[in-house]
Design a protein around this ligand. Structure first.
Ligand SMILES: Nc1ncnc2c1ncn2[C@@H]1O[C@H](COP(=O)(O)OP(=O)(O)OP(=O)(O)O)[C@@H](O)[C@H]1O
Ligand SMILES: [Mg+2]
Length: 231
């Protein structure tokens, strides 16, 4: 029996490249011939298109997947307002039920060999008064890939996130640098500081891209360092 290749992708913050890296992971797994899908358990920020809710992350992840699944399975909680999830949910008189997310995840697992789950915002974003995004990753027992958006403040965010991942009993499988701020000085020294402090491997450093592309990210990152990655 071959091992599944399931990962939870988190980031040092919102808007740091989680979707770009998740899309690249899905694209690469598909190119290896695995049946793969993405999941965005909670997405905040959607518009109505052709009578249904459309969210950019869901579209980008689905665009790379080779297993077609309904949106309500890929993204069981899709809210219109681009706000903190519990706030966006409340605006629609909804609340997030983690059990719904677990059921959707099992549905996806049943039809795939690999699932890439993208978190919302950073690792500990609250979902309900009792649950945060980290609880979801822990309940799904997923190894974590951390996207570090390279900008001032990211060292603290990255190290706090690594501590939080360990505190939930999860494994940081790898981390990725994303050069989201091309003007940031001392980039190499910042990356070096993380290399010295994070025990997981770094899969590479994504340059700032005038036109961000999952294909370019696949060419740049070394996913073969991930456990269970197809050869
Ligand atoms: N290396 C890069 N070069 C240029 N633009 C980038 C790069 N990485 C990401 N971007 C752009 O920055 C924005 C945020 O990236 P992305 O959507 O992947 O972040 P995210 O962490 O998934 O955000 P969210 O928290 O909203 O899910 C997007 O418009 C994306 O195209
Ligand atoms: Mg995203």
């Amino acid at each position: 029996m071959t091992s599944r290749v399931d990962y939870f992708v988190t980031g040092t913050d919102t808007n740091v490249g989680k979707t770009l890296v998740s899309a690249a992971l899905i694209r690469s797994l598909a190119s290896h011939g695995l049946k793969v899908a993405g999941m965005k358990p909670v997405a905040a920020g959607a518009e109505v298109r052709d009578g249904t809710l459309w969210n950019e992350d869901v579209a980008l992840l689905s665009g790379e997947a080779n297993v077609s699944l309904p949106t309500h399975v890929i993204a069981p909680y899709l809210f219109k307002e681009a706000a903190a999830p519990h706030v966006a949910a409340a605006l629609e008189d909804q609340h997030i039920n983690p059990a719904t997310i677990y059921t959707a995840f099992e549905q996806i697992r049943a039809q795939t060999e690999a699932v890439i789950v993208e978190g919302v915002g950073g690792f500990c974003v609250p979902l309900t008064p009792q649950t945060d995004m980290a609880d979801i990753a822990a309940r799904l027992q997923l190894d974590v890939i951390l996207v570090v958006g390279l900008r001032l403040g990211c060292l603290n965010h990255a190290l706090l996130t690594a501590e939080a991942i360990a505190a939930r009993g999860l494994r940081l499988a790898a981390w990725v640098v994303n050069q989201i701020d091309p003007a940031m000085p001392h980039q190499a020294a910042n990356i070096e500081a993380l290399r010295e402090r994070l025990s997981a491997p770094c899969l590479g450093s994504l340059p700032w891209m005038p036109v961000p592309s999952a294909a370019l990210a696949v060419d740049t990152l070394d996913f073969s360092q991930l456990p269970h990655w197809p050869r």
